[in-house]
Ligand binder design. Structure first.
Ligand code: FCB
Length: 510
């Protein structure tokens, strides 16, 4: 499955009177276009002095060393070792060998003037089967990595879970089993106790909607289960786990701050009809707010067409109190936008601008959300298959700013997949000008949101390195550094060097 299909599957879903509760006001898609910023506009863009320029990675995508130093098997090890799951037969067994080569990679971050490094910890390195005794070698490894990051003057941002569940926990039922909330809280406590002197910025989950939906609802990601009510249960456990982890991190480390790394897509009603506007609100509630509203207010957002299916979700009395943990800051990714319509009304491959990404809710057993979400193709499409829509980051940041009363925001990921490679005539440099153009336009939109009052303090480019791109294996390159997977040579791309200058100058015309 390619990135486009991956996102097509990530999009279906989500009640009705959310329109007013969330102050929903993105315009219908027909009016949602803006021209790219001109060079003149770019030259006037600047960022606040203490803005945190950063880059992101994830354990399974970069570390390799899949069975070293006592690490247990994860669901991604099991999945990639199953024939037919990954494009080109790729696995994360070696990946970028970041487990051994991290000093090189941290040196790149330093050379590019980065202020924040977002990485994730592999749970199976810390507790090989997800429960029980701590593997000291795993803890020691991350201590060494953190020491180098801190020595380079870079803030570590730790994601506790970027999809690599210990297989031992899938074997006892995976995320639909609510016991996992307690196991996750134990793991979070272990991390905060052992690493809390080095790490103060924590996000429990990367893109919780995606890994629960794709893993248990549609089955295109491991563990490959496909039942909508399993997704509902998994998502509820993750909401409980987020609350429990928040408390155990804070109990173990008084300096800790806890936020998030949600995947969000700004959503626009496909037409101005009441039905499409209501479907768009449901999409926003399900895709963007399903783990945020629960944390901030202890309640589910209006993501369903009818009543909230508490029973199917496995909710119990008192769960609202467990879930409610007002986050210290809100982190989310931006990649692309969606046009949303009431179920059954999307154009299937026919209309002029909506050709490719059409997909209805389509998950077995989902009678709950009744909507279609499409990624438009009006803008340029990257090699990764995503439409470029720079203004989306402005709309999304402003929407969250309004709906959650001006929170501190971190952009935890954004980036683009392009296949540019080292070029002899450029002395082996990687002339990936499309990626620079992408970031320049998007960052101009982010600066506009800051100028309009949004409290955005950080931006993390995805990614420091070309890496293992999930079901797409090594066929996509999102890095600002090129990695030759034959010999692990790293070459910072032209976009990476540009981004390094931006980080030093806090400006885009560098
Ligand atoms: C995000 C994931 C990240 C990476 C990028 C391209 O959805 O969080 O791991 O795959 O997409």
């Amino acid at each position: 499955m390619n990135r486009r299909q991956f996102l097509a599957r990530s999009m279906a879903v989500a009640g009705t009177d959310a329109l007013s509760r969330h102050g929903f006001n993105l315009q219908a898609q027909t009016t949602a276009r803006t021209p790219a910023p001109t060079p003149n506009q770019i030259s006037t863009v600047s960022f606040p002095d203490n803005f945190l320029w950063g880059m992101a990675t994830a354990s399974y995508q970069v570390e390799g060393a899949w069975n070293e130093d006592g690490k247990g098997e994860s669901i991604w090890d099991r999945w990639t070792h199953t024939i037919g799951k990954i494009r080109g037969g790729g696995t994360g067994d070696v990946a970028c060998n970041h487990y051994h080569l991290y000093p090189r990679d941290i040196a790149i971050l330093k050379r590019l003037n980065q202020k924040s490094y977002r990485f994730s910890i592999s749970w199976a390195r810390i507790q090989p089967s997800g429960r029980g005794p701590v593997n000291q070698k795993g803890i020691d490894h991350y201590k060494r990595v953190m020491d180098l990051v801190l020595e380079a003057g870079i803030r570590p941002f730790c994601t506790l879970y970027h999809w690599d569940l210990p297989q031992g926990l899938e074997d006892v039922g995976g995320w639909p089993n609510r016991d996992l909330a307690g196991y996750f809280a134990d793991y979070a406590g272990i991390l905060a106790t052992n690493l809390g002197d080095r790490i103060q910025v924590w996000a429990p989950f990367n893109m919780p909607w995606s890994f629960t939906n794709l893993g248990y609802g549609t089955g295109v990601f491991p563990p490959g289960r496909a039942k909508y009510t399993d997704f509902l249960k998994a998502a509820h456990t993750v909401n409980l786990a987020q609350g429990e982890a928040f408390r155990s991190i804070k109990a173990a480390s008084s300096r800790a701050t806890v936020g998030s790394a949600y995947g969000m897509c700004p959503a626009y009603p496909k037409t101005d009809s009441q039905a499409d506007r209501a479907a768009t609100a449901r999409y926003h509630a399900m895709n963007n707010l399903y783990f945020l509203e629960t944390a901030m207010h202890g309640r589910y957002p209006d993501a369903f067409l009818g009543e909230v299916p508490y029973e199917a979700m496995g909710c119990r009395a008192g769960d609202d109190k467990i879930m409610k943990v007002p986050l210290d800051w809100i982190g989310f990714h931006y990649y692309s936008r969606r046009f949303v319509s009431a179920a059954g009304q999307a154009a299937h491959g026919s209309s002029e601008n909506l050709a490719t990404e059409t997909q209805d809710t389509g998950v077995a057993g989902n009678q709950y959300t009744q909507l279609d979400a499409e990624m438009p193709t009006e803008g340029p499409i990257t090699d990764g298959g995503l439409e470029i829509f720079s203004r989306g980051i402005y709309d999304l940041v402003m929407q969250i700013t309004r709906e959650y009363n001006h929170p501190i925001i971190e952009i935890t990921e954004s980036g683009c997949g392009y296949l540019d490679a080292p070029y002899d005539r450029d002395g082996g440099q990687v002339p990936d000008s499309r990626r620079t153009t992408f970031f320049r336009s998007e960052l101009a939109e982010l600066a506009r949101a800051i100028a309009d009052g949004a409290r955005v303090r950080a931006f993390h480019a995805w990614s420091l390195l070309d890496n293992f791109e999930w079901n797409d294996g090594y066929t996509q390159r999102y890095g600002l550094t090129y990695v030759d997977f034959r010999d692990q040579k790293r070459t910072v791309k032209d976009s990476g060097n540009w981004y390094g200058r931006v980080a030093a100058a806090n400006r885009l015309d560098v």
